[in-house]
Design a protein around this ligand. Structure first.
Ligand code: 13P
Ligand code: SF4
Length: 309
């Protein structure tokens, strides 16, 4: 990255000339969040993409999020800084294997987490995010068996909250599955006045120590509203940027993973940089493209999610 280049001014100029809107997920690096028009979790970003009147959507997040924006807004150009920004949940749920999983449970109602490919969404009855998963599952007809994919940990959390039994696809997030329970307990002992806030993609041994479990937006709202002053944050460390902006007087301690690093970052999300964001707007590439028939098939379950949210 050329540190002498004022990417922020260049990006702002391109935003005006392209009539573009920049949407960024909380797990993006701080510089990207600061230049975005809207920063949110995967549900809020999908909602923002569905109602924007910009001509171009520049999506700073991972591939499935940009896909969702395109499916909800087929007439718009969707650009993303790096096409290789994938997601382990989506990658570990290949459409052919998912089709076979569905065939083993004929007649079941399929709820897929938004962290999945468009092809998997197209085979689903409704989509959910971590913000609305409980609410969505509660609306599935009581007499239907539910298949839930691809995140097993979110699935277990939703089963507990709703009392509904579900058949789970055995997927997990490489970021959230590596938080160390031992290090989390050590942190709790060192900071007995801190509350633990965690994302439901974490494993059960970690989640059982949480005072609050929620989506990235849920966690952010919780720490801002809480009377407590100190939080141990068990999700991707990018979220700390908005916490510090919204409640600067509080203390945030990122929970460490089991790999020796001090905090946990999603390697896919972090493929995006300010420089790549500028270049994708300047060159109008890479662009998210999806076959029309796949877009159409994936749109119905996504729209059902927006209606049920
Ligand atoms: P949110 O829906 O909470 O934004 O989570 C997205 C994600 O990728 C979590 O790892
Ligand atoms: Fe996927 Fe996990 Fe990264 Fe979220 S944090 S994009 S679930 S790999």
């Amino acid at each position: 990255v050329d540190t002498d280049v004022d990417y922020e001014s260049k990006i702002n100029a391109l935003k005006r000339s392209l009539n573009a809107v920049i949407l960024a997920h909380y797990y993006q690096e701080s510089e990207i969040q600061d230049v975005a028009d809207f920063v949110g979790d995967s549900l809020a970003l999908a909602q923002a993409a569905a109602k924007t009147d910009a001509d171009v959507i520049v999506f700073c997040g991972v591939h499935f999020m940009a896909e969702t924006a395109k499916i909800l807004n087929p007439a718009k150009q969707v650009l993303l800084p790096d096409l290789k920004a994938g997601c382990s949940l989506s990658d570990r749920c290949p459409p052919a294997a998912f089709q076979a999983f569905k065939e083993k449970h004929p007649g079941a109602f399929v709820v897929s987490y938004v962290n999945s490919s468009a092809a998997v969404k197209a085979m689903s009855d409704v989509i959910c995010t971590s913000s609305n998963a409980v609410k969505i599952v509660q609306q599935v007809p009581q007499d239907r068996q539910i298949l839930f994919a691809p995140d097993q940990h979110l699935g277990r959390h939703v089963m507990k909250q709703t009392g509904r039994d579900m058949v789970l696809w055995p997927g997990s997030c490489i970021v959230h599955e590596i938080f160390s329970e031992k290090k989390l307990v050590q942190l709790k002992v060192e900071h007995p006045d801190a509350e633990v806030v965690a994302h439901p993609e974490c494993e059960q041994p970690v989640l059982r120590h949480a005072d609050f479990i929620g989506s990235t937006k849920g966690i952010l709202d919780y720490v801002v509203a809480s009377p407590k002053q100190k939080f141990i944050v068990v999700t991707e460390a990018g979220i700390l940027h908005q916490m510090k902006l919204k409640a600067p007087e509080k203390t945030y301690i990122p929970a460490p993973p089991d790999n020796g690093c001090a905090c946990n970052e999603c390697p896919y999300m972090r493929l995006n940089t300010l420089e790549k964001l500028y270049l994708c707007m300047r060159d109008r590439t890479p662009e998210l493209r999806l076959p029309e028939n796949l877009q159409r098939a994936a749109r119905a379950p996504l729209q059902r999610m927006l209606e049920w949210s």
